[in-house]
Design a protein around this ligand. Structure first.
Ligand code: ATP
Ligand code: MG
Length: 362
């Protein structure tokens, strides 16, 4: 069986370091591993519109931002198909048929949808499109017969929903769709990177992000203002590393080599943590170290972005070509789905013959 990746991001803002450690970095590694037959990376503008119906301009503006972030992180259009979701109407069509296979109460139980509804204060006024976005995500994944979906932890319930739809579809209409496997980050800190404010998740919608395209100065400022241990007041006080965002970011980004380069008093992160917990290590010193580590990772991304920014029409051309290629694949799956559901009337010579005979014999 072919190994196929489908994943993507909503163009509701520029991409941040949560996306990077949660999914983007892994995608680039998987792309360069050469182990996959096809890689589809989707800019999920239609999904972004489900909770941004009144801000289409925001979504429109951010499509190019996400594309620039992709390219600057090393996604290569020669190896990965980058495309725009809304331009592939086959995806909407698939969603419409999958809707019949999912109950309202099943959607209501989806923990990610639940918490996102709360976060957006949608309790009394959930747009139907937003409520059903797990179904549309199942359409995206299955349209490309994806076997592997590299995402952050918050997407687990979506993949579960997709698997259920696939099983139900195959059971009712015969083996047609492929069940995907989720690929979560192996480093626990990357499953759900917290925001700079210490909130559970760095998220465009919460404004607590370090963006991949932030300037060196912005990154430094955000790191210096980051949430740490509120009880660690004086340097000599023992500090806590649990829930301390600076240490969570170090867990996500820091390697032993960084100590030799930027903080030679310590060999590794365990030593640094132990000193912080004992007391006698100030937040400032740890933040300066984190800043150096982050700058090292972000600098080349920032520089590559500058290059792509010089030729925006070329970036749109990459998306146009990718979208065309993706549409071909999705349209094959839609044809398979319609055939399995027996809603392919005009292609079904048997049906026409059968009906003709029925009436001829009357
Ligand atoms: P929005 O607030 O508009 O939903 P978002 O920041 O949650 O935006 P998405 O586009 O919904 O970003 O998510 C894209 C991908 O990035 C998903 O695979 C998601 O799991 C991953 N991701 C997003 N935020 C984080 C995070 N803080 N840590 C790890 N992975 C993340
Ligand atoms: Mg999200």
């Amino acid at each position: 069986m072919s190994k196929i990746i489908l994943t993507g991001d909503r163009p509701t803002g520029k991409l941040h370091i949560g996306h990077y450690v949660g999914s983007l970095k892994r995608r680039v590694e998987l792309q360069n591993s050469g182990e996959f037959d096809k890689i589809y990376i989707m800019i999920a503008d239609a999904q972004a519109l489900t909770d941004n119906a009144d801000c289409p301009e925001k979504v429109r503006q951010n499509v190019i931002e996400v594309a620039l972030d992709y390219l600057s992180c090393g996604l290569d259009p020669q190896m990965s198909t980058l495309f725009i979701q809304s331009q592939i109407s086959e995806l909407t069509e698939l969603s419409f048929y999958y809707m019949n296979l999912v109950t309202v109460s099943r959607l209501q139980r989806n923990p990610t949808v639940k918490s996102e509804i709360q976060m957006r204060n949608f309790e009394a006024s959930i747009p139907v499109g937003f409520f059903t976005y797990p179904i549309s995500q199942a359409a995206d994944i299955t349209a490309f017969k994806a076997t592997t979906v590299p995402v952050g932890e918050d997407q687990l319930p979506m993949i579960e929903q997709t698997k259920e739809i696939v099983r139900k579809f195959n059971q009712v209409y015969g083996d047609t769709l492929t069940e995907p496997e989720v690929l979560l980050p192996s480093n626990a800190a990357c499953l759900r990177l917290p925001g700079t404010d210490g909130k559970a998740k760095m998220s465009k919608s919460l404004g607590n992000c370090i963006y991949l395209s932030d300037t060196e100065k912005d990154v430094k400022q955000k790191v210096m203002g980051m949430f740490t241990d509120p009880n660690h007041i004086r340097i000599e006080d023992p500090g806590s590393i649990e829930g301390n965002t600076v240490f969570t970011y170090l867990d996500a980004f820091c390697k032993d080599e960084h100590f030799g380069l930027y903080l030679p008093d310590y060999q590794n992160l365990d030593e640094l943590k132990a000193h912080y917990q004992r007391g006698g290590l100030g937040d400032m010193k740890v933040k300066k170290f984190l800043n150096a580590v982050l700058q090292e990772e972000l600098q080349p991304i920032r520089e590559r972005r500058k290059e792509f920014e010089k030729d925006i029409p070329y970036v749109y051309e990459i998306l146009r070509k990718g979208t065309e290629k993706a549409r071909e694949a999705a349209s094959k799956t839609l044809a398979d789905v319609k055939e399995a559901m027996k809603i392919n009337y005009f292609d079904d010579a048997e049906l026409i013959k059968e009906q003709a005979e029925k009436y001829a014999n009357q």
